[in-house]
Design a protein around this ligand. Structure first.
Ligand code: NI
Length: 136
């Protein structure tokens, strides 16, 4: 069967601070720059979700995008949008909310909700120019 990829783009705003308490303030400033600002700062994140699978002959869909939209709203947007990632999202109590770690957290949440017959790939934009992909 032919495989087709379906994409859904979502958006969320969130604040974060990148900081490693085991390093000096100077080292943190050097490593994380503006993202080390003690009083946090925001990003406009863009998330692109890619699902790959076969067309369901009954519906003509690979995956119903209404269902995908609902899944993303309930599991990702409600958890991340207009939140302080460090303070509001338990996963980031102990790990730095970099784009890399955010995409890994999102992947684990979604992978648990999406049937394994679909391949899942994510791209997360922290800025227009900086983005990550998982799996690589
Ligand atoms: Ni930042």
């Amino acid at each position: 069967m032919k495989k087709i990829a379906v994409f859904r783009k979502e958006h969320f705003n969130a604040a974060h601070r990148l900081h490693n308490a085991t390093l000096s303030d100077a080292k943190n400033a050097e490593l994380f720059g503006k993202c080390n600002n003690p009083n946090y700062h925001g990003h406009n994140y863009e998330l692109i979700v890619k699902l790959t699978g076969e067309v369901n002959p009954e519906t003509g869909y690979v995956y119903d995008t209404k269902e995908l939209s609902k899944l993303l709203k309930e599991n990702i947007l409600e958890r991340f949008d207009h939140k302080n990632l460090n303070l509001d999202v338990p996963e980031f109590k102990s790990i730095n909310p970099t784009a890399e770690n955010i995409v890994l957290v999102i992947y684990d949440i979604l992978r648990a909700q999406i049937d394994t017959r679909y391949e899942l790939n994510l791209r997360l934009y922290e800025t227009e120019r900086n983005f990550v992909e998982y799996p690589a």
